[in-house]
Design a protein around this ligand. Sequence first.
Ligand code: ADP
Ligand code: MG
Length: 603
Amino acid sequence: MVSAFLDRLCGEPDSALSLIRRLFAENFRTYQRGYAFAFVLMAITAATTALSAWLIRDAVNDVFIDRQMHMVWVFGGAFLAISVVKGFSAYGQTVLLSQIGNAIVASMQRQLFAKVLQLGIGHFGRKHSSHTIKQISHNARAARDLMNLIATSFGRDLLTLVALIAVMVALDPLMSALTLLIAPPIILFMVKVVRRIRTLAAQEIETGAAVIATAQETSQGIRIIKSFTLEEAMKERVARVVRAVQERSDKAAKVTASTGPLMESLGGVTIALVLFYAGWQTIEGGRSPGDFMGFIVAFLLAYEPAKRLARFRVSLERSIVGVRMMYELIDTPPEEIDWPGAVVLDRAEGRIELDDVHFGYKFEIPVLNGVCLTAEAGEVIALVGPSGGGKTTIMNLIQRFYEPWSGTIRLDGHDIRDIAISSLRRNIAFVSQDTFLFTGTVRDNLQLGRLDAGEAELVEAAKAAQAWDFISAMPDGLDSEIGENGAFLSGGQRQRLAIARAILKNAPVLLLDEATSALDTQSERLVQAALERLMEGRTTIVIAHRLSTILRADRIHVVEDGRVVESGSHAELLAADGVYAELHQSSELDVIDDTAERPVAAQ
Ligand code: ADP
Ligand code: MG
């Protein structure tokens, strides 16, 4: 019945109704009892409001016309009691609806977050992180607002309006009919407003996301901003976005409020008509003034809820936009799903094979053009080659961050598409050039390597990663805070923490994007030593930038233009006098020769 009413109210056939239906189907049941109780309180609020209007007639007649002093006490007491009841029921209903609303936000945010974690890496490349933030924070609140709007509109406002109209009709049916004449022009006007608010609300959300994006990038890139003295430029950029948001919000506010003048004027016209008719009836017709006072009070009290109801569609539209975006995300098919019957690898041997792998990030722009390479269990394979050749892409594909266009990648002979994703990734440790650390303590970050690692294991891993010395020198040891993305640590320390994390993970396969960043000699040696320890007994594929790593590898693959163009040992490749030798000579190979004697750094 409610939906049939909504159908008529929504007017045009769009998906608003189906969104509301869905939101209700998902939430109403859970909070049924809370809503039921809130509706009872709303009914009490409506009844007390109507009662106070109804009592006005007798109050006026008894006190002012009949001049009965004791009735002042009776009515004074009655109005006081009514107000107290109304106050408490309004309080209870507000608290209840807020609590339900907050529970809805929490549950939607959980759902949205779970969904975000199921999306593939590609999604995060396509959408700015601020978009995701907005989806989780703003749009979940839109769901609450929508539910509350509907509950208060159909509970409090509609009940109050009906009760007051009943009072009006009881007092004077003809005059009641007269006042209803103002409804049609208002409805016509609303339909127009709704159309405009729809586009504005969507733009408001988009530009809102732009503000978050700029703030985020400012805070992340603050060093660059300051060192390049980009403060003014950033200010202007922010000012532009903020201005855009302001304009949209101003426009939306104007459109939303544009219903005001019409409603107020029509209200005034009605009051004037009522006064005219009532005055004539009282003076010429001999009716009691109490009747009309009651009527006018009822009419004035009915005006607020009526106005809110008239604006219902407009308010609805603003939340609907957020809810629509929310469901868009919830309905995005999860990109990381296992085939039924996927193999769960407990602990892999670590044999990796790439067989004629073709891949590109964007449609029709190939990055890998038939990569073939094999790493036997326990081998160290070095990938070298010019920047942009596709080395990092190979590592992305091995972790199944993306799916190859064609060709196969195998771990221990299983196509990785047939391996349960989580078990595949449990078997691979990845240390990238740009380490990412979470805000929190050293311990928090290490434990991400293995959640159930005990104190002793953490210390052991930290020692193996050459990280223990600096960790134990920190004031709180393992429990020292490291700041956002390890801001309190040096580059070398961050890397060693990341290596310790990978050591704890103890995966049979290691993917290593060797750091090129100019670490000082001391840190570099420590990081090298930590990596050596990490590589022990694991299949390692390393994007090598250091000659010492290349020399240590069992085999070197030269990757160029998305292909393995040469393979062999350093000596073999130099002797073959091919691409590698050429690159090596022209020093285009982007290799740091760290094999020369160096003064031993003090430990
Ligand atoms: P390498 O690690 O050998 O330097 P990459 O594998 O990082 O090279 O990149 C290979 C090519 O793929 C480059 O041309 C790069 O522009 C492109 N590329 C890398 N990552 C992405 C991405 N996320 N989206 C689109 N193109 C990408
Ligand atoms: Mg790279």
